[in-house]
Ligand binder design. Structure first.
Ligand code: ADP
Ligand code: MG
Length: 581
């Protein structure tokens, strides 16, 4: 018997949460690739035009369909993957709701060709859910589905689609997730006639490198932990490779990409103390778990999941990640049962314990700090003692400007005291000057004596392609040679050592640019954030004066580019009130 698709009994179909499958081109692509994977394909080709708005085609070498099955595949709740409700809870294939093709076909024009071992190949054409033509086809293996003009019959939804740039980002996200979770499948991806990915069957580690670029290689730490509840495997990224965005976070449960706040939280907390503020760890975490212990059907898009035993899973993941970070000698925490007072570094436990000793400096004179001859030394001796109490008086103690806590600049004017946040102030100064040079076309850039070469991933290259004008307009001089970015000049004010981070940041950030006008603004904001003087940085008097003077010649000195208050003032009145109550 070659027909295998059955219509679900109505009670079963009703129990399966209904949901909108087709939100945008990327959701269509996801369903099509998942179907190809379920059909045991070893080779999948993806062809996209105009970010999927005009064509999404998936060609596979899977088991294919009979003529009858091709027809049935477009009927709602028609699936070959489940026959009774219990199957929903033990399902291990990607699809099972039997509504993807039906939903997709109802809002687009579809052409499908398929062949299975028992019959000749067939071709059918469906428009808005109606069969419009069918004939024999000489397709040699598997299935090819073309989705043309998505939402052609729902103009409101079509108008709702974002720019090609944004839609393509969604498509690439979907592609990355599926390609990473199926490294043994060969993928090729053609976008507007150009092959942007060719991935041969490979190990997980090679697959990650093929997608994200060579640089990620040395940052991958393998994770492998088998427990009664679940098996954890994959890679976590070294803390040094953490990013300001969460783009490098991938969680797969039984090879299916999912989003889970509690798992993300569990992993992030394993990195506690290892990351700079505002940075997020990267990981490719695979959780294998008995399918009957999870419910993948809580969300119509199947990216959310419910676990029976989430508390135990939380601690298993948390300690597995800590463990592998520890093995690679990057974790300061040895004790997996977190007890903050007991934290010792991994290196420390290897060395012999030493008796504690107290050294007393008999020359110490607490009043020396006021002695001009050697004020620094005393300060340095105590600088590690308690950073928060550190109060740094400017180089010139008669100055009206000074820095406190390595974070704020105190200044005065005629009648008030002004406390300026150095980081936010510098962001404002840089932001206005970047914007100015973008709009005036007065590029302020510095030539690098030795150009910097950076290897870019495909995704980064693609992004760069879209926004290279903006890079130029702020003072970068960049050329691209294959996957190498050669940076010859950089905007004035960017240190050579920052270039890599700046470029990475620009090409990794979640771009949500709805129109071109905001691109320059976005760039200026990002750049000013990255290159600004940070909190915790000691400033000399010249630097403090520079900040104060330039801040108050800005157009909008009160607010940072992200609308945070830059300074507070205490007027004479405010101060007097404090004393008089
Ligand atoms: P589901 O995947 O949930 O079963 P779909 O609407 O996505 O529902 O697909 C309906 C049926 O069509 C599948 O169960 C499968 O039998 C068949 N099918 C879809 N795509 C393919 C493909 N690429 N190769 C073989 N069979 C396919
Ligand atoms: Mg499916």
């Amino acid at each position: 018997m070659s027909d295998i698709i059955k219509i679900l009994p109505i009670d079963v179909s009703n129990k399966i949460a209904a949901g909108e499958v087709v939100q945008r081109p990327s959701s269509v692509l996801k369903e099509l690739i998942e179907n190809s994977i379920d059909a045991d394909s070893t080779k999948i080709q993806i062809i996209i035009k105009d970010a999927g708005k005009n064509l999404i085609q998936v060609i596979d070498n899977g088991k294919g369909m009979s003529k009858n099955d091709m027809h049935l595949s477009f009927v709602k709740h028609a699936t070959s993957k489940i026959v009774k409700i219990e199957d929903v809870f033990s399902i291990s294939s990607m699809g099972f709701r039997g509504e993807a093709l039906a939903s997709i076909a109802s809002v687009s024009m579809v052409e499908m060709e398929s062949v299975n071992k028992k019959e000749n190949g067939n071709y059918i054409e469906i428009q808005g859910g109606e069969l419009v033509s069918e004939k024999e086809s000489n397709i040699q293996e598997g299935t090819s589905i073309k989705i043309k003009s998505i939402f052609y019959n729902v103009p409101a939804r079509r108008a709702f689609l974002k720019s090609d740039f944004v839609e393509l980002r969604h498509i690439l996200d979907v592609f990355h997730r599926l390609a990473i979770s199926h490294p043994k499948i060969e993928f090729s991806f053609i976008n507007n006639e150009e092959e942007i990915f060719y991935l041969k069957p490979q190990s997980l580690n090679k697959r990650i490198i093929s997608i994200f670029g060579e640089k990620i290689r040395e940052n991958l730490i393998p994770i492998n932990e088998s427990t009664q509840i679940a098996n954890i495997s994959g890679y976590v990224l070294k803390p040094e490779f953490s990013k300001k965005s969460r783009n490098n976070q991938f969680i797969f449960v039984n090879s299916r990409y999912i989003k889970s706040q509690f798992i993300s939280h569990s992993i992030s907390s394993s990195y506690e103390g290892l990351l700079k503020d505002g940075y997020h760890p990267g990981y490719f975490l695979f959780i294998d778990i008995d399918p009957s212990k999870i419910d993948v059907n809580v969300h119509p898009n199947k990216t959310e999941i419910k676990f029976d035993d989430d508390q135990n899973l939380y601690s298993i993941i948390n300690s597995s990640v800590k463990h592998c970070l520890g093995i690679y000698q990057v974790s300061p925490v040895l004790d997996f049962e977190k007890n903050p007072s007991m934290d010792i570094s991994y290196n420390q436990i290897k060395s012999q314990p030493v008796n504690p000793s107290i050294e007393i400096n008999s020359d110490f004179n607490p009043f020396e700090i006021f002695n001009d001859s050697e004020p620094k030394k005393v300060h340095e001796d105590f600088s590690d003692f308690n950073k928060d109490l550190e109060l740094e008086v400017g180089d010139n103690k008669h100055s009206k400007i000074f820095q406190i806590l390595n974070k704020f600049i105190i200044s005065t004017n005629k009648s008030s005291l002004i406390i300026i946040n150095q980081n936010l102030a510098h962001q404002r100064i840089l932001y206005e000057s970047f914007l100015k040079s973008i709009f005036d076309n007065t590029i302020n850039s510095q030539k690098l004596i030795f150009p910097i070469e950076l290897k870019l991933s495909k995704k980064q290259l693609l992004l760069y392609d879209k926004i290279n004008d903006d890079f130029n307009s702020i003072g970068f001089d960049i050329s691209i040679k294959k996957d190498l970015m050669i940076v010859k000049s950089v905007p004035y004010g960017i240190e050579k050592s920052d270039v890599e981070e700046v470029v990475e940041n620009m090409l990794n950030e979640d771009f949500n640019i709805s129109n071109d006008l905001s691109t320059s603004d976005f760039f200026a904001k990002r750049l000013s954030k990255i290159t600004s003087i940070k909190s915790g940085q000691k400033l000399n008097l010249d630097e403090q004066e520079y900040i104060v003077n330039h801040l108050f010649s800005c157009k909008e000195p009160n607010l940072s580019p992200d609308n945070k208050q830059i300074f507070i003032t205490l007027s004479k009145n405010d101060i007097e009130k404090k004393f008089n109550g």
